[in-house]
Design a protein. Sequence first.
Length: 709
Amino acid sequence: MASPEEAGAPEVLDRLLSRALRETGAYGGGIYVLSSDGHVLSAAVLAGVPSSLAMPWARVGMSASGPLAEAVREGRLVWVGAEGELARRYPRLGLALPYSFALAAAPALSAQRTWGGLLLLWPGSHPPVIERERQRAVQKACGYVGAALRRAADGGRPVLPEAGPRIMPVPRRRTLTQTEASAAVDFAERLPEGGCALDLDGRITFITPVGAALVGGDVPTLLGARPWESLPWLDDPVFEDRYRSAVMSRHPTSFMVRRPDGLWLSFELYPDARGISVRIARSRVATGAHVSAPARTAVPRTGAGPTGAGVLYQLAHLAAALTEALSVPDVIRLVVGQIAPSFGAQAVVLLAAQAGRLRVRGHHGYSSRGVAHFDGAALTPDSPGGRVVETGEPAFFASRRELGDAFPGSMADDGNNAWAFLPLLASGRPIGCCVLAYARPHVFGHDERALLTAFGGLAAQALDRAHLYDTKSGLARSLQESLLPQTLPEFPGLRVAARYLPATRGMDVGGDFYDLIRLDDTTAAAVIGDVQGHSVTAAALMGQVRTAVRAHAMAGASPDDVLARTNRLLTDLNPGLFTSCLYVQLDLARRRACLATAGHPPPLLRHPGGRTRSPALPPGLLLGIDPAADYQAVDVALPPGAVLALFTDGLVETPGTDIEDATADLAEALSAGDHDLEALADGLVRHARPSGDRRDDTALFLLCPGAPP
């Protein structure tokens, strides 16, 4: 296979996705690239799915609830196959895609690093459990993708899908000659029934004259249009939903509808990876499970505002996503990144009311210079944004002339020709406004105005809730950081390196802690521990445990006695939480270490030659359970250049992975790690958490006696 340098990374990814579809039997899917900061997965190439369905998921936050984010976070294949399993496990995704299909998501790994992910789709008739052979094919494809992304990055040309994903056409099963193509058209037009072909986005690519006559149109007008957009009497979300169902499930479907003149037509849809064949015929049967309600009087739509099934599902997806967005930046990214394509807008600007002025908090589709006239605008009724915030009423302008008549000279020429100004109201108070801009004049129908206004309210509530979350989270983090050592004492002949990483999920803080205590000029004590739970209470108890250990250590207690005394204190306090703790007393003159543990993971000891083992320690009972618990100490040698690694279980516990296997992997990484202690600490953290996702707090404490190598 060609390298990215030979053919270019995009072409390589196209071929890799085609190969993955062929070898796994999937009808569609996509390759996603993980951003450099590890926060977002962006689709680089997609195939076999309509762009209208794919765009809302072109960017997936790593903290999102979904199979792809979960697969990359946890470094494993995620399979969703059983009917209804998608809705049960991922309600937000199930709400937006209530169709029958199976999917697999897996991380693209290379050189012990996650570079992105692979998403593959199968028809809903697929077995509920993925077959072993197909699973191996998926994992093999992920290996190729990870290697290609790594080579592109190493070659100085990383894949950056910032402009959006490429939609790759699924290749035909065979090449057609011109004679065959002409014969196929002749064959279709001889049939008494009508027929048409839709591409994956629902546009008519071919229609017979009989078919055009049956739906009341002509061939040139209908080509390139979506039936539910060009035919007013088909302007019903039910019909678009049937098309979407056929595309996603790959199951034939049908429905019946009555034309405005009373004639009933039957539509039979037969999908494959390239589009849908539709059979159109007169019908004398006007009842049955697939018969639509009688059509209303056809009224041509006056605006281009979307009101079909696609927008309804996208709006449901956005509403559900807003309920899961935690921080203010998360909400802003979601609003500015997805509201514009959902409503067909060219650009969006999110403005916050601050000190009597509007301030830009996020934008999409505008350049930085393009949003300059929004930033700093006064909250006065002389500007559209100011009036919307002041009155709490939305404003819609179908053309530049309408905007100019209402607010002369208020807007610079930004290249757009229609705008929607939506108030952001939280608990009845204005907090800003959201501006949607359209490239062409745009008449906002009643339904579209209602949808936009409702979304503005949802966005405002999400922003208000996220602001409260950020405030509380900041206070909790400050508490936790204040309880950890700001600096560690320096000892001649001892090098140390420490890392503390808070959990990336949830607002509550944890109780992981570490400390280094000077006992005399040649003796030190190192301690690491983990208080049960994630809460402010856990963080406060962590501070008490650390203080108690420090006090008993400085009073001259032995390691086993330090733990016993601290345990009695905690049982007297009865906080309702348990604590694991590992205490190490270092004799730097004799190069010995005396260790005792209270239910904490044992440390790893790397000898100067690279051999790594875990000292055999009596486990000891967790602190805070039994006041009479007894602890035993073990003495081990620490030759110069040895590295003693103390860590909490957050470094080795991952869902679906055995902790003993994870500890063994950590030992291998320690054996092969850098001799520079700071670089070694960074490498161990990256090895344990390549995706940056942490469900638990993580503390790592490295101790190395002797002079640097």
